[in-house]
Structures are given as C-alpha cells and as structure tokens.
Design a protein around this ligand. Structure first.
Ligand code: NI
Length: 199
C-alpha cells in the first residue's frame, strides 16, 4: 500500500469504529435506560467454555453477568479493562459474590478454549472465557452490537490484531440487559456504578 492509501484505509477503520460505538450508544440511549433496552442488546448464545464444554447465556441465570468482548492477544485495552473489572470486584466482596465477569473472544481463530482458560485465570477464578467458531462469534457480535475487525500487522510476528469496541455490558440474574459501562473508567468508579445496580 502507498502511504496515502494506507492513511485512507486507517481513516476508514477509525470511522467504522466510531460509527459502531455511536450505534451502541444510540441503541442504549434510545432504549430509555435499563427498563426497556433489554430487547435491543443481547440474546441467546451457545459458545464453547474453557474445557471445551458448551456454555449458554442461560448458564449465567441467577447471577449478574458482566460481559466484555476482547481477545487474548490484545496488547492494551483488553488486559487493562479486565484488570479494572478484577480490581472493582476484588474491592467489593458483595459484588464479587453476585457478578460473573465473562470474556467472549472476538478472535475465534486464535482463541482456543485452552488459550481462553489460561488468559482469564490471570484475572481471577470467577472469570469466564468463551470462544466459538467464527460463525458463532460473528452472530454473537451482531446480537450484542459489538464492532470487531481484523487488521493485518505488516512485518509483525503477531500477523494481525483485532480492532474492537470495548463496552462492558451488565445483564441481570434473569438475563435482561441492564446497562453498559465505559471501559475507560477506573476500578473505583466501576465498582460504585455496579453497586447502584447490583442488588
Ligand atoms: Ni482488546
């Protein structure tokens, strides 16, 4: 690619990311908040758990599900966000008892169940890591309004990275969508907001 083409390409990727982010925000705000946004984000899924077992959204009923989409090769946003989630739950035992943090992979080609198992264990024993076939993951991303796109890394041993939106979604014990959290806020702010919703 010429530098100019590359610039155009990167610009388009950035634009797509902004549009995807805006659409999630729009989805949430148009839903009028927690009460009736449930029909617009989320839905049933059956993916593959850490030991190769099938895991469905219904397996999390009875607990709050704090859902994040990311991938194990992510150099920055994913590990930082997952660590903030871990810190928020660690600082508030009453939350830790009720909330299950779940990472769903946006990189099903590299994220095997074993890779997910090893990765989420780093953040704590209550963390779950789910992956699936590319088609299964694509369907979940669409249902949850998540943007993710492979980006080739020229001359890197990593081969490619995945640009992705990084909202944290909270679902209730009945599976209803409750709210999304800004992934950038620190763990204290996240814990405070979780305490407002998790009863
Ligand atoms: Ni990431």
């Amino acid at each position: 690619m010429t530098p100019r083409l590359r610039l155009l390409f990167l610009g388009l990727i950035a634009l797509a990311a902004v549009l995807a982010t805006a659409s999630v925000v729009l989805l949430v705000t148009r839903g009028g908040g927690a009460a009736n946004a449930g029909s617009q984000i989320g839905g049933p899924f059956t993916l593959t758990g850490e030991d190769g077992q099938k895991v469905s959204d219904t397996d999390f009923r009875g607990r709050y599900m704090l859902l994040f989409f990311g991938f194990t090769h992510c150099p920055d946003v994913c590990p930082l966000t997952l660590q903030r989630i871990a810190d928020a739950l660690e600082a508030a035992p009453e939350l830790k008892d009720k909330v299950t943090p779940v990472l769903i992979s946006v990189d099903p080609e590299r994220d095997t169940p074993a890779a997910m198992k090893e990765y989420v264990a780093y953040f704590g024993p209550t963390f779950r890591g789910l992956t699936g076939s590319p088609d299964e993951i694509a369907a979940v991303l669409a249902a949850y309004g998540v943007y993710a796109r492979k980006v080739k890394l020229e001359g890197s041993a990593l081969d490619y990275t995945v640009d992705h939106s990084s909202f944290i979604y909270l679902f209730g014990p009945d599976g209803a969508f409750l709210t999304v959290f800004d992934p950038q806020q620190d763990s204290a702010a996240l814990a405070a907001k979780l305490k407002e919703t998790v009863k």
